[in-house]
Design a protein. Structure first.
Length: 694
């Protein structure tokens, strides 16, 4: 058997292919060259756009004061494809001499992104104690049927063109630009360049300057973060770290109203406790920061509601335009941005999608400016894609997005406490206790579904929702039980129906519509089960509690939760009216205990007691070994306030409604106050049935 040994050969067209397909956006191509300056230990980079209004003369110049390159580096690094000298520095944690940086690049092909910008390149470079070097490349010469090594690159040495004897750095001029640039495109490029360094950093050892010559008439540079910082109402700064083998995060929160709001609303400052990561039902909680590392985060949240924006004293259009262009959460590693997180239209944390389902309680990309600040090598599990458009979507990236989403969810809840105050003082209420019947809305929704493809599941949800909503509304109207809280819930349902109709009109994805319909169905289902005409029925308290436990017995067993019951026989045998409402309330509270203890408690224990030993009133004490409450009581009983990712925020609100309707009380305590074992150090909820209800 004969063996023949052959080597791969590279066609010259490989270079244009890398240039065209490696980077799809010209702004990212400029970013790659700026990153090279960062890796060269530069303090300053200049990006000059010259004669953009003349396609024949237009050129882009990128120059820096970094270490530059000598002839050996040009030959053995710059002119070699895929050379891994930067990756070696990363793996060995070898940092630059002056600013102690780790390289941002690592694949050895980023410099070919200049092909995306223009057909010709002229490079001048000088390193310390070495002569200046120059080379010129015409990329059009590589569009031939020849081997790559057959196209020479001419290098000139011993020049004195760009650099003084004591200077170092690199100068790259790109000409014969591939695209004609409009003023709008240049402004977008300017904006992208300004975003490379985190705007939240007070000082940086790496500075980028952008210049246009000639300056277009009427050109207004992009606003900087400092120019709008004071108009953010909510400011957050925090850190995420691994503590005792659990991922935790802590943050400072500051609510700063505008000056013309201070006569009604006061500023508020809060420091969170160390918080656990919370994920949606069925998702796995990340258990380690390995490959992600400790990271800092900072957010500014704005309010764009009309009744708030009119209180803003600055240029309202400039503020809205800035947020539309720059809103979102960006990711930085060692102070340099990872594209394309935070770019317009990139909803990597599903903020916009989630806001569609709950517009008054969620934030969207166009009202938040945020940064996540990673460090290398701690974050080595987050690997950049070759095309520089984010991280590879591996296991570490999935964990990273869940962690950041959990942080934003908790911060949003904190913000909502103050947002509710703003809404109370400045928004004209449109809640009406005599709401119009929604039959026509339900009918219109069904017609929209049926006019397109068959969507039986959504149709069934809407039919069910219509039936349950009207059942609930009839009950509360006849019983005259509607109050401000319930009125708000009803209003939320009606807004939800309207938003579903709007989603159909704007032809949103059916999966988003289905989720929205399902969410509103859950609210209606909670309400319809909450009120039934059972006031004349009586049931023993023990049976009500045991039935509530039975409803969740399988879940408790599946999660390995230990239940301890302490019943005072003299109290547990009394008969209670309106038992269904009480049973639903008890079930909701136990369900909350199951959720929190199953995820955040090693002991996984729940305690339920029927007694009158506290104040002589019959009461039910439900306690658990979970993390407990971190919010004030006024927020715990507010409708739609919840720290559970999939929660509706109605359980404690409805339980409080039941207790007040019975002339009792819903109270929150701790294990010491109610004198139960200290193992139940988490949430302690008391349903006080009142002295006249036995």
């Amino acid at each position: 058997m004969a063996e023949i040994s052959k080597n791969f050969e590279v066609d010259a067209r490989m270079i244009p292919l890398l240039g065209d397909h490696l980077i799809k956006d010209p702004s990212l191509a400029v970013f790659e060259l700026i990153k090279n300056a960062y890796d060269a230990d530069a303090a300053t980079v200049y990006v000059d756009f010259i004669d953009f209004d003349d396609p024949n003369k237009a050129r882009i110049i990128i120059s820096d004061d970094g270490t530059g390159m000598n002839l050996e580096t040009i030959n053995n690094v710059w002119l070699k494809l895929g050379i891994n000298h930067k990756m070696k520095s990363l793996l060995s944690n070898t940092r630059t001499t002056k600013y102690h940086r780790l390289p941002l690049g690592g694949k050895g092909i980023g410099r070919f992104s200049v092909h995306k910008l223009g057909r010709k390149i002229t490079l001048h470079t000088k390193s310390e104690n070495d002569p200046e070097i120059s080379l010129k490349i015409n990329w059009e010469e590589f569009n031939r049927d020849v081997a790559l090594h057959d196209i020479p690159v001419v290098i000139e040495t011993d020049l004195k063109y760009q650099f003084a004897p004591d200077q170092t750095g690199t100068f790259i001029e790109i000409s014969s630009l591939r695209d004609e640039w409009s003023v709008g495109q240049i402004k977008n490029l300017h904006n992208s360049i300004a975003s490379i360094i985190s705007p939240f950093k007070n000082k940086s050892d790496f500075n980028i300057y952008f210049n246009i010559d000639p300056m277009p008439e009427g050109y207004v540079p992009p606003l900087g973060l400092e120019s709008i910082r004071e108009f953010a109402l909510f400011h957050i700064r925090g850190v995420c770290n691994e503590i005792n083998n659990r991922i935790k995060y802590v943050y400072e929160y500051k609510f700063q109203p505008y000056k013309n709001m201070l006569n009604k609303i006061s500023p508020r400052y809060a420091v969170s406790e160390y918080m656990d990561i919370k994920v949606k039902k069925g998702e796995q909680i990340p258990d380690t920061l390995k490959g992600i590392g400790k990271f800092e985060f900072e957010f500014m949240i704005f309010d764009r509601d009309n009744y708030v924006i009119k209180l803003y004293n600055g240029n309202k259009k400039d503020l809205k335009d800035y947020l539309d262009q720059n809103g979102g959460v960006r990711v930085y590693r060692d102070g340099i941005r990872i594209f394309n997180y935070g770019e317009k239209g990139v909803d990597w944390l599903s903020l916009d999608v989630n806001r569609v389902n709950s517009p008054t309680k969620r934030i969207s990309n166009n009202i938040i400016l945020g940064s996540i600040n990673l460090r290398y090598p701690d974050s080595e599990g987050l690997i950049e894609k070759t095309n520089r458009e984010g991280f590879i979507e591996n296991e570490k990236y999935d964990a990273f997005t869940k962690i950041v989403a959990s942080i934003i969810s908790d911060i949003t809840l904190e913000r909502n406490k103050d947002k509710d105050k703003i809404r109370m003082y400045y928004k004209t209420s449109k809640i009406n206790k005599n709401q119009e019947d929604l039959s026509s809305e339900f009918k219109e929704l069904r017609e929209m579904i049926n006019s397109g493809e068959s969507k039986e599941a959504i149709d069934q949800h809407i039919k069910y929702m219509e039936f349950k909503y009207n059942e609930f509304k009839s009950s509360i109207t006849s019983a005259a039980q509607i109050g401000a809280g319930l009125s708000l819930v009803i209003h939320e349902v009606e807004k939800g129906i309207s938003s579903i109709r709007q989603l159909f009109e704007e032809q949103y994805d059916y999966e988003i519509i289905r989720e929205k319909v399902y969410d509103i169905s859950k609210i209606v289902d909670n309400l319809s089960g909450f009120i039934r005409n059972d006031n004349k029925k009586k049931e023993k308290l023990k049976k009500i509690v045991d039935q509530s436990i039975f409803n969740l017995q399988i879940r408790m067993k599946r999660h390995g939760i230990k239940l301890s019951k302490v019943y005072d026989e003299n109290i547990s045998g009394i008969e209670i009216d309106a038992f269904r409402m009480l049973m639903i309330s008890i079930t909701n509270i136990i369900e909350n205990a199951v959720w929190w203890t199953s995820r955040y408690s090693e002991d996984k224990m729940i305690y339920i007691e029927i007694t009158d030993r506290i104040n002589g009133n019959p009461m039910i004490i439900i306690a658990d070994s979970g993390p407990g409450f971190i919010d004030e009581e006024e927020y715990l009983i507010r409708p739609f306030f919840t720290r559970k990712p999939d929660g509706m925020g109605l359980g404690l609100f409805l339980a409080n409604e039941v207790m007040e309707g019975r002339r009792g009380a819903l109270r929150f305590s701790d294990s010491r106050e109610v004198q139960i074992p200290e193992i139940y150090k988490g949430a302690v909820v008391i349903l006080d049935l009142g002295e006249h209800n036995a």
